[in-house]
Ligand binder design. Structure first.
Ligand code: PLP
Length: 463
């Protein structure tokens, strides 16, 4: 019998993170300030500690993981690599399907992989409290968990629709000692302005980010900073431990090559964490199809332009060069709360511009169908975000069957859905629908950012 789980020992945990910025054939464009000029590290200092800003702007290929961080990550890492044998059988595919199970972390997803280092670096810098936003609740729980182990206070602004859909996520955060409020809230100027303008809004990550940044920078003690769970370079960097482990595990399973890499993408962090070490192989000549998957309701990679845009509604963040639907875009209330973000990580966006990645958008119902088939074959109940990666994996496995090819497919099982059963309930009762974004809504949203500077398009032309 071949192994179902490929396990690494703790001593085999990667000791360094991988930074794709060192290998991208075309350089990342710098974030811009309100004057249209590149922001300097000093300008970011009220928001982030300098040790994380240094990682944010680094182009060093390998960055050491401090020992104290490794000790906390060892609570659940290395995460197991699984072979999805039962799904393979159900599909009758010749493909070998592997997945990284990131649902084994205390908070239930990949998010603690960056929450722990972010809390640690803030603590080293003398910070006492962190603020953040959360969409699905996975990131808020991850930061609450990390802050409790490292000794920081934590305040989470949770997007209203998820706050209402997932009350137990708030209780998880409370259990780890964090405070969690529904966003837009009446605690910040940004929140009050949105409440007045759109009293019935389901909220968005863009709104919650504005609130969390405001709460950090207006704290008179100077001991509060903001923490972001995705999008930024240092967040993606911390997640590369996933792909680096997966490489060792695939080799242990006797695989010489991987053909397809898949991850769902909200701000891009779990996708990048798995994919970037393999994007490096692709840059150096390997033939790999690398697919980030988004919902049809929030299609920034497949329908949003590569542009300069703010990361939040109140325009508190610098302008980032990224695929975006416009910072005022409020996505439809789909159940994959973590994929309801208007922008995509600059590193992922630049890799798309280069042609290294081939993004896809999937409708909500197809993702739930896939998640149910997954639960009934592989057993685990998936987060609705993760379901997008599963739907794409099933398509790729069926394609391998049609072509009669023994492909190796690897995807990131980014989190469990045990706190997301409300979505499954709505699906079983036939209450869910597909939400493709109407072209007119997209155009109206993009109209509102057309005055912003336009990025230069750098493409080496190799892919
Ligand atoms: C389980 C899970 N997967 C994926 C995502 C998407 O985020 P990212 O694109 O940063 O990985 C989230 C975000 O909350 C999530 O909770």
């Amino acid at each position: 019998m071949s192994d179902t789980k490929i396990i690494l020992e703790e001593k085999d945990m990667p000791r360094q993170w991988y930074n794709l910025a060192a290998d991208l054939p075309s350089p990342l464009l710098p974030p811009l300030g309100p004057d249209g000029k590149p922001v300097t590290p000093d300008m970011l200092a009220p928001v982030f500690p300098m040790n994380l800003i240094e990682q944010e702007v680094s182009t060093q290929r390998w960055i050491d993981i401090p020992e104290e961080i490794l000790e906390i990550l060892a609570l659940w890492r290395p995460s197991p690599l699984y072979r999805a044998k039962r799904l393979e059988k159900a599909l009758g595919t010749p493909a070998r399907i592997y997945y990284k199970n990131e649902g084994v972390s205390p908070a239930g997803s990949h998010k603690p992989n960056t929450a722990v280092p972010q809390a640690w670096y803030n603590k080293q810098f003398g910070i006492q409290r962190l603020t953040t936003e959360t969409g699905a609740g996975q990131w808020g729980s991850a930061l609450a968990f990390a802050c409790s182990l490292i000794g920081l206070k934590c305040k989470v602004f949770m997007v209203r629709i998820s706050f209402d859909q997932k009350p137990f996520r708030k209780l998880m955060m409370n259990t780890w000692g964090a405070q969690c409020v529904s966003s837009p809230s009446s605690e910040t100027q940004a929140g009050r302005a949105i409440q007045a303008k759109m009293p019935d809004t389901p909220g968005s990550l863009g709104i919650a980010i504005s609130e969390a940044i405001e709460a950090a920078v207006t704290d008179a003690t100077g001991k509060t900073r903001y923490s972001l769970g995705s999008v930024l370079n240092h967040v993606l960097l911390h997640q590369t431990i996933i792909g680096l482990e997966a490489k060792k595990q695939l080799a242990k399973a006797g695989e010489k090559k991987v053909d397809v890499i898949i991850g769902c993408a909200g701000g891009g962090s779990n996708f990048a964490g798995l994919a970037f070490p393999f994007v490096c192989d692709k840059i150096h000549g390997q033939d790999i199809s690398i697919i980030p998957v988004e919902p049809e309701g929030c299609p920034k990679m497949t329908r949003g332009p590569f542009c300069y845009d703010h990361g939040d509604v109140a325009q508190m963040t610098p302008l980032l060069a990224m695929h975006s639907l416009g910072h005022e875009f409020v996505p439809p209330p789909i159940h994959a709360g973590g994929l309801r973000y208007h922008g995509m990580a600059p590193l992922v966006s630049q890799a798309i511009v280069e042609g290294l990645l081939t993004p896809r958008a999937y409708p909500q119902l197809k993702c739930y169908d896939a998640a149910v088939l997954w639960a009934r074959t592989e057993g685990f109940i998936s987060a609705p975000e993760t379901a997008h990666a599963i739907a794409c994996t099933i398509d790729e496995a069926n394609k391998a069957k049609e072509e009669g090819k023994e492909k190796v497919i690897l995807f990131n099982w980014s989190g469990h859905g045990l706190m997301d059963l409300g979505g499954y309930d709505a699906f079983f009762r036939g209450k869910l629908t597909n939400f493709a974004l109407p072209q007119a809504d997209l155009e109206a949203s993009l109209e509102r950012i057309k005055h912003l500077p336009k990025p230069e398009i750098h493409r080496s032309g190799k892919w």
